[in-house]
Write a protein that binds this ligand. Sequence first.
Ligand code: F6P
Length: 361
Amino acid sequence: MPETTFRKIGVLTSGGDCAGLNAVIRAVTAAASGRGWEVVGLRQGHLGLLQSPPDVTLLTADSVRGDLLRAGGTVLGTTTKGDPFAYPAPGGGTTDRSGEVVAAIKGLGIEALVVIGGDGSMRLFDRLLAPAGIPWVGVPKTIDNDVPGTEFAVGFFTAVEVVGQALDRLSTTAASHSRIMVLEVMGRDSGYIALYGGIAGGADVILMPEVPYDLDQVAAHVRRVTHDRPSAVLVVVAEGVTQPVEERRKKANVGLAVARGLQSRTGFDARCTVLGHVQRGGSPAAYDRILASGFGARAVSMLANGDSKRMVAWRGGLVTDVSMTEVIGGPRFVSADSQMVRTARRLGIYLGEGLEARYPG
Ligand code: F6P
């Protein structure tokens, strides 16, 4: 089949930022420029397209050389706000500005788009671009790693690295004071960061949104692994974990609630650290650079092959791609029979209630 060629394509980042976005922008630009296509960077996700004139920048092979691979955040900016189908109107209420977004893309002469985003952004751009017939390919990114269709999204491994390093540091202060250290990590719906970060940093307990837990059982586990003597204990809690019943009215961070609950049940001193946006910042880990480079190059090849409404993906150690219909039903959750869940259980890490019956370790 003859290759599709474009005069001009667009690239944008959408949704929460993470490490590795610039590495994708660099790879897309390098691969597209190599084919002689012009690359336009769209600023602030779709928001730059609602400005007059649209807020865009020309990207060239020269402009993306140098430090872009290493740089955290996104040089294009991004947004989690301003749904174009229900855009906040000046006098209150909302207005549909989706037509303006599409008109701006066409007005700029952009013939195809690479959208770097999570499952929410894929849903948004599918809704925007499919009726307009604009070819587009998605690149998955999110520290939460909850985009369906891919084993790993750009940004995840950097966040895991940050969690692992935080646990390394917490372990020394925990040991010095014989304390329980609770580390609250990101992950609203999915526990991937908690699971992988907890394994990387040697956690004794990992609580994920997917798995119910019982604070009495967590405390019993803590007593068991410490032989009931105050000593260093590392507990990782995803932010999306259900609050312990006793703390629900206080509306504290769930990590703090778990720390309080464990202190009162064990009598051991406990502290909580909330890692927050530190997990999204900084230079990408090597694995994220590899994913970003493979994904960006593949996205351009896919457009050249005439593909559209597909997302690049990492499966079984290879870069591949999947249909957008597989992606937009997200988010993806940690499955109870996944290899890393089994690994954690075999290491004796407490993961919550209800896994024992199905996966005895
Ligand atoms: O989806 C990525 C994520 O980092 C979540 O883990 C977190 O709950 C959320 O974004 C934070 O969003 P914001 O930057 O808007 O506070």
